[in-house]
Design a protein around this ligand. Structure first.
Ligand code: NAD
Length: 474
């Protein structure tokens, strides 16, 4: 790594006096400083992105595609360096980090292969009506910390392909790898097309209120998403909000327990359960409940927790101190309420480590069932009746994703159709592809990411009425 990552505006590093602490979650100690932007840097970034917009939107989509493909290659070429930076600020075991970085490069290539449609809605004797998709302007892209690189690419790839310019903001908990990626790839684009700012808690609200943005694409909690939408309403900025979830998995009694246990386990606990679409409520038929619970507990006990470099480590720490306090408080509350807690491998004493915790059949109305923990606490709940469990799965303000587990695919499909979520997996979890729309139902989001539908969110349709003769209608 060459020096400390910097803010980047108008194709140049922006030196600032202020900085924020970036913690290493495996130790709980400050690891590095990150430069912190304020209102002046934000104004400069928006102004640079506005200046760059007219040139970039006029560039052919083939050229924009080419720049994204080059950027994807640059990210992949620097994977080793990026893994180190990511590990220090995030804490995930390194194999999973490498998957994210290479996955982000792959995602960027796949999004770059999309085309903007041009639709003809009428071609009559007198006229032709053509609908073209035009870019919006300057896009504000705000990401969460759980998949910092992937979430940034989900936003910048379609925004840039569609001809917009971007000011990107990573989470204050994981800013460094994102800053470094923009340092590495910005040269593939004209100055001002891709800018990145990091900062403290005040920067997000400043950005969502800034009148220079045409659109905000945001990934984070539902509570913050509502604040973003409120701020966006002042200028009617377009929004795409990818928010929280409390995803249910429904396991029918006909499953092969050995086959599904491992998939369910990682579906719930991968990335230390810090995944928007992780299994967060596990509904299991009474007939197989005990057998599945014992298998999940055994897997938790066999999965060591530790820092990214330690050999054999399966799970890292919770990513930040606030989240650590929230998750441990949820566990302590469940303990004081007399709920049955089943815990996996011991957590290291330093850093933000939390033992994987299964809560054995808690009441449906307990906080551990009703809230999104976003950490390794999994409520496991019994059911007997299918209508009842579907009603319980749907009894939440969230609607991100869900899963059904059964050998009877037709029955699985029938249940999938009754779940009020944007995504449902049958006998699987956590899957997504660059060409498949991802959209939260209910309070899990507004708008769509990925695929053509996601690309179109960065455009405005323009209908052009073209007469067939030069005469002006009287
Ligand atoms: P968060 O809402 O606290 O923060 C997200 C981002 O918003 C950060 O960059 C933060 O600095 C910024 N921010 C904070 N206040 C802001 C404001 N008023 N205006 C604009 N920006 C502001 O969320 P988090 O803790 O970083 O992430 C965890 C949440 O994200 C979970 O609820 C998780 O389910 C959700 N998430 C959703 C998806 C999805 O695709 N649906 C993906 C990943 C994470």
């Amino acid at each position: 790594m060459e020096g400390q990552p910097q803010l980047l505006v108008d194709g140049r590093s922006l030196r600032v006096e202020r900085s924020i602490d970036v913690f290493n979650p495996s130790t709980g100690e400050v690891w590095m400083q990150c430069p912190a932007a304020g209102p002046d840097e934000l104004d400069a970034a928006v102004a640079a992105a506005r200046r760059a917009f007219s040139g970039w939107r006029a560039t052919s989509i083939e050229n924009r595609r080419g720049a994204l493909l080059d950027a994807a290659q640059t990210i992949a070429n620097h994977a080793d360096e990026l893994v180190e930076l990511f590990a220090g600020e995030h804490g995930r075991p390194k194999a999973g980090i490498r998957d994210e970085i290479l996955g982000a490069a792959y995602w960027m290539r796949e999004i770059a292969s999309l085309d903007l449609p041009e639709t003809i809605t009428e071609d009559s004797e007198t006229r032709r009506i053509v609908v073209v998709q035009e870019p919006l302007g300057v896009v504000c892209a705000i990401a969460a910390w759980n998949f910092p690189v992937m979430l940034a690419i989900f936003k910048i790839a379609p925004a840039l392909l569609a001809g917009n310019t971007v000011v990107l903001k990573p989470s204050p908990y994981t800013p460094l790898c994102t800053l470094r990626i923009v340092e590495l790839i910005h040269g593939h684009f004209p100055p001002g097309v891709l800018n990145v700012l990091a900062g403290g808690d005040e920067l997000g609200p400043l950005m969502s209120a800034h009148p220079g943005f045409a659109k905000i694409t945001f990934t984070g909690s539902t509570a913050t998403g509502k604040r973003v939408m409120e701020a966006a309403a002042r200028d009617l900025k377009r929004v795409t909000l990818e928010l929280g979830g409390n995803d249910a998995a429904i396991v029918l009694p006909d499953v092969d327990l050995d086959a599904v246990a491992t998939k369910l386990f990682f579906g719930a606990f991968a990335n230390t359960a810090q995944i928007c679409v992780a299994i967060k409520r596990l509904y299991v038929h009474d007939d197989i409940y005990d057998a599945l619970r014992d298998r999940l507990l055994a897997l938790a006990q066999q999965s060591p927790l530790g820092s990214p470099d330690e050999p054999g480590v399966v799970f890292g720490p919770v990513q930040n101190a606030a989240q650590f306090r929230r998750v441990t408080a949820l566990i302590e509350e469940a303990r004081t309420q007399g709920l049955q807690l089943l815990q996996g491998a011991e957590a290291p004493a330093t850093g933000y480590f939390v033992p994987l915790t299964i809560v054995d059949n808690p009441p449906e109305n307990s906080r551990v069932v009703q809230e999104e923990a976003f950490g390794p606490v999994l409520p496991m709940l019994r059911f007997r009746d299918l209508d009842d469990v579907i009603a319980r799965a749907n009894a939440t303000p969230f609607g991100l994703a869900g899963s059904v587990w059964t050998r009877d695919i037709a029955k699985g499909l029938e249940i999938a159709q009754r779940l009020e979520t944007g995504t449902v997996w049958i006998n699987d979890a956590l899957q997504s592809t660059p060409k498949t729309p991802f959209a939260g139902h209910k309070q899990s989001g507004i708008g769509i990411e990925h695929g053509l539908a996601g690309l179109l969110e960065f455009t405005q349709p323009k209908a052009i009425y073209i007469p067939k003769s030069a005469g002006v209608a009287s």
